[in-house]
Write a protein that binds this ligand. Structure first.
Ligand code: ATP
Length: 386
């Protein structure tokens, strides 16, 4: 794999972060020197909340998948803001997001870039990529397929910003068809129209996912098995639609999907929902070094696999976008023995991006040395030093 810290990979770093009424932060004005950031503090002090604020600098609902109104501080105005100054290869960029106190619902947030309103949060991807790993992802390999699909779609979005928009349109069209399935008077022409739309978006989604899986495999296979402190993961897609369209080109995929939908109307009507398509796919993760399903690995192995997967993904983004992502690692260091921690910090240094890391004990971060700024977090406030 290309060493992401080569000069042609740009670095993006937050140099300031300002929060108002975000979770347990009434007001935070943080100046950063651009190095990585370590947050040390007791449980419930606000470490994950700060990472979550940074995750809102990318499209979507952040690392907790929280409805936008729920991150507003209890007892605050009802609105919230996150503002960041970025140092990028093309100069400084100011990014802001948030909701107003009277936003009236959880569905949308405002995005501002250099003082101008952006029409979509996808615009953030022009300036930075944010990748995260949190304890909430620990059950990814054994939990519901929907979690793995969402995870996969985030991976895809790191390389293909249009994917999120496609997925939203696709899901909307599938919901529309599901309503038609429940309507005994629904006209065949209405089905034809919505199925054509579903097939177009669905084929694009399946193609983008298949492309990510293939690129991921190439990147993973380029790492010699004993060259990483973390196990290597292989990804594969599993699903009825995926199996029937494996290797097909875009037009064949869309045509096959449209036919499957059309033929499946009686079955789907009986089920009350659309039973074929990318919304039913699963992401299969394998421990490549042991040729074993990730779901069968031990708890510690699953965590190590997940770390390896996220690192490989961050490296893939750096390689593809020629820009190292900002990486948020929540409570990762605590799971590693000192050798693996040191290996992690070295690999992060090679990645070349700004990393935000959390932990309850400063000893976890001793091996980082001068590569990071350390802050102590207590009760929604930050102070320099551990
Ligand atoms: N909307 C909100 N308004 C005010 N406080 C909130 C809000 N949401 C969460 N909190 C508070 O934030 C605190 C949790 O912060 P956070 O999850 O960042 O902790 P942490 O430092 O990561 O802890 P841990 O080490 O346990 O993961 C809790 O005390 C919680 O009550």
């Amino acid at each position: 794999m290309t060493d992401a810290s080569s000069p042609s990979v740009a670095r993006v770093a937050l140099t300031a972060l300002t929060l108002t009424d975000f979770r347990n932060y009434a007001h935070l004005a943080l100046k950063l020197d651009g190095r990585s950031v370590v947050l040390v503090g007791a449980n419930g002090s606000g470490k994950t909340n700060l990472l979550e604020a940074v995750s809102f600098l990318s499209p979507g609902r952040g690392l907790r998948r929280a409805p936008y109104d729920t991150v507003a501080r209890s007892g605050g105005s009802g609105g919230w803001t996150v503002h960041a100054e970025l140092e990028t290869a093309s100069g400084p960029v100011a990014i802001g997001t948030g909701i107003a106190p009277d936003a009236g619902g959880p569905r949308s947030r405002r995005i501002r870039i250099d003082g101008e309103d952006a029409s979509s949060s996808d615009a953030l991807l022009s300036h930075l990529d944010v990748v995260w790993l949190t304890p909430a992802m620990d059950g990814l390999f054994t939990g519901p397929a929907g979690d793995r699909r969402r995870f996969l779609d985030r991976l895809v979005m790191g390389l293909d910003p249009a994917h999120g928009r496609n997925a939203t349109r696709y899901e909307k069209a599938v919901r529309h068809r599901n309503r038609l399935l429940e309507d005994p008077g629904a006209d065949a022409g209405w089905f034809d129209a919505i199925e054509t739309e579903i097939a177009q978006h669905g084929a694009a989604i399946a193609a983008a996912r298949a492309d990510l899986v293939a690129r991921f495999r190439n990147a993973i296979d380029a790492i010699p098995p004993d060259a990483s402190a973390f196990p290597r993961a292989h990804l594969a897609l599993d699903g009825d639609f995926e199996a029937r369209t494996d290797g097909a080109d875009a037009q064949e995929r869309a045509e096959t999907f449209r036919r499957l939908l059309s033929e499946g109307r009686p079955r789907d009507r009986a089920a009350g929902r659309t039973l074929t398509g990318p919304h039913r796919a699963d992401l299969v993760v394998t421990h490549a070094d042991k040729a074993m399903p990730a779901a069968q690995a031990s708890t510690g192995e699953q965590k190590a696999l997940l770390i390896g997967l996220i690192l490989a993904h961050a490296e893939l983004i750096a390689d593809a976008n020629r820009r190292a992502p900002v990486l948020l690692l929540d409570e990762v260091a605590a799971h590693l023995d000192p050798n693996r921690r040191a290996a992690l910090y070295d690999r992060l240094e090679r990645l070349g991006g700004q990393i935000f890391m959390t932990g309850t004990d400063p000893i976890l971060f001793e091996a980082i040395g001068e590569r990071a700024e350390i802050f102590h977090v207590a009760d929604g406030r930050l102070a320099p030093g551990a």
